[in-house]
Design a protein around this ligand. Structure first.
Ligand code: ATP
Ligand code: MG
Length: 563
């Protein structure tokens, strides 16, 4: 993906077409959407798609998008998640202004709606157990069986429901159900449960309630109470839409929102279910929800993915009704596009070999002017010191090099980026036979990388860092895809069996160009010829540089797959 694709006036998706039509026909005067996360985990890239859609529409149409925490399930929800979700949405570049809501704010109203249904003869208290209800629900082919408690009088139902609320029954002893149709083709319409008894402390309402409304009884009514016009959710709710509409029709709600479903985002080489992400965290497969390998927004932020790249990716994949899996390479390319444009270049040697230039004056230091970002002239230039002792990356040297190896090897020449040509004349080794130093000579005629007059040629340019001036030792964390299988989570495949053992490598002796001492936590950079990195925003401290690899310069997995 290029920036042009991201900026091109896009073809309108079916949801925006519906909104356009509703505005044109006068059905709605404006647009109100909402994003309704359940605070039981951190947001992931799939949520980013939903956020870009609902908040994006609010921005484009001059409407608003509410942030509503769907906190009907007290036992799994925590304040930590509420806080992280808000931080992540803001970081992505969206804002709900004053429109922050909690479904739990509506518990009193919802209770009133339940009483309303009972009074209308459209809800009843059922004494059956969950197992009995399940057994009498029927199948797609067979109708269900009416509950023996379905014909209780309105008075009895009102009294029992009041007692449920007052805590007179055990957890699970009774439920409130809608009285719709046990033979309905849509199983969700077969007298769905509205309220259950559950003694659990709620993160906002504390111990006020011992009955909690079910998701289906909460969601649409919350939309209506907030005057949401278009309630955008993923396809798994398509089957719930008749029930959503039934509640809106049968309750005295102040508005008639419309639910529209779109496809969930799935991405290769990762898992997206919050339950599985929680398992990765709890069982220490990763360092936390914000481990840079996680598909979470906070993990991607820590890894250095720019928010703009996530937004561009979501724009590129678009909105459809068909579930599919997108290649993670598309996301990584969106990251490269933004980082290529924005990140300054610096030299860094991750796995150093020392070089001594025997014909370079020991007392001399030269400063070379280097361009900070060839994609952005305004980023200017910087001075990079050069002296007799340098470091180069061990990858750029080979003792017995085959003909095709164009970097440094014994007796051969290479260009040092922005400096001189360098020739290796002697290799020093330790007792174990490992290369510890290269004795080289430089050609003064090649200053600034110029070609010599005798017609000699070199085919490669390598990066280097002055050993006397290096900012070191730096810790460099090389992150890669968390799973080695492109589809790690299927019925037959256990995702935990496919963790990429090489997804995290730490190098502790990297040598950085001295100007990198100015980097602050979260700042990104391109280490020339190596990849895009960012200063870690947790462990990076004054004098203790830690850089995370955000993404390589090219997709190294493409080759692996085609092999
Ligand atoms: P999970 O199934 O992983 O627990 P969820 O759907 O229960 O996720 P919620 O917190 O309820 O997570 O999601 C909030 C909103 O984000 C919902 O409207 C949901 O449709 C949307 N959403 C969740 N996952 C995705 C996804 N992979 N792609 C697009 N939208 C998503
Ligand atoms: Mg959900």
């Amino acid at each position: 993906m290029s920036n042009e694709t991201a900026d091109k006036p896009e073809h309108k998706d079916f949801i925006r077409e519906i909104i356009d039509a509703d505005l044109a026909s006068g059905k709605h005067a404006g647009t109100v959407t909402r994003f309704p996360p359940e605070p039981n985990g951190y947001l992931h890239i799939g949520h980013a798609k939903a956020i870009c859609l609902s908040f994006g529409i609010a921005q484009e149409y001059g409407g608003r998008c509410n942030l509503r925490f769907d906190d009907t399930n007290p036992s799994k929800e925590e304040q930590e998640y509420v806080d992280s979700i808000q931080e992540d949405i803001r970081w992505l570049g969206f804002d709900w202004g004053d429109d922050l809501f909690f479904a739990s704010d509506y518990f009193d109203t919802l209770y009133g709606y339940a009483v309303h249904l009972i009074k209308e003869g459209k809800a009843f208290v059922d004494d059956q157990t969950f197992a009995e209800m399940k057994a009498t629900r029927g199948t797609l082919q067979e109708p269900g069986i009416n509950s023996p408690f379905r014909d209780r009088s309105v008075e009895e139902n009102l009294e029992l429901f009041e007692k449920m609320k007052a805590g007179e029954f055990e957890d699970g002893a009774k439920v409130l159900r809608a009285k719709i149709d046990m033979a309905h083709v849509n199983m969700n319409m077969r007298d769905p449960v509205l309220y259950r008894i559950l003694r659990a402390h709620h993160h906002r309402t504390g111990d006020k309630w011992c009955i909690y409304p079910m998701y289906d009884f909460t969601h649409g009514q919350s939309d209506a109470l907030e005057h949401v016009t278009h309630s955008l959710c993923t396809l798994e709710f398509e089957n719930h839409r008749p029930l959503y509409d039934w509640f809106i029709e049968n309750l005295p709600v102040p508005a008639t929102p419309r639910q529209i479903e779109f496809a969930r985002l799935n991405v290769t080489y990762t898992v997206m279910s919050k339950r599985k992400l929680l398992q990765l965290v709890e069982e220490n497969y990763v360092s936390g929800w914000n481990d840079p390998r996680m598909p979470t927004i906070s993990g991607m932020r820590r890894r250095g993915y720019p928010a703009e790249a996530l937004r561009n990716f979501c724009k590129t994949i678009g909105i459809t009704k068909f579930n599919s899996k997108h290649d993670v390479a598309l996301l990584e390319n969106a990251v490269r596009d933004v980082m290529n444009r924005e990140s300054e270049r610096r030299m860094a040697v991750l796995d150093p070999i020392k070089v001594t230039i025997t014909n370079y004056d020991e007392a001399q230091v030269e400063m070379f002017e280097c361009i900070n970002n060839p994609e952005d002239e305004s980023a200017g230039t910087r001075e990079v010191p050069f002296c007799r002792e340098l470091y180069i990356d061990s990858d750029d040297f080979m003792e017995d090099a085959p003909k095709k190896f164009f970097r440094l090897s014994f007796g051969r020449e290479v260009r040092l980026r922005g400096a001189y040509w360098l020739k290796c004349n002697e290799i020093l080794k330790n007792d174990a036979g490992e290369v510890i130093e290269l004795l080289c000579t430089y050609d003064p005629e090649t200053r600034g990388g110029a070609n010599p007059t005798d017609g000699r040629k070199v085919k490669a340019t390598i990066h280097w860092v002055s050993a006397r001036h290096a900012f070191e030792p730096a810790e460099v964390r090389l992150y890669d895809r968390l799973f080695s299988h492109d589809n790690p989570d299927t019925k037959k495949r256990n995702f935990l069996d496919h963790i990429n053992e090489e997804s995290f490598t730490v190098l502790t002796n990297a040598k950085l160009e001295p100007s990198l001492a100015e980097w602050k936590p979260g700042d990104s950079v391109q280490f020339e010829r190596v990849g895009y990195f960012c200063a870690d925003d947790m462990d990076f401290e004054e004098g203790k540089p830690v850089f995370n690899r955000t993404v390589g310069l090219r997709d190294s997995w493409a080759k692996v797959k085609s092999r």
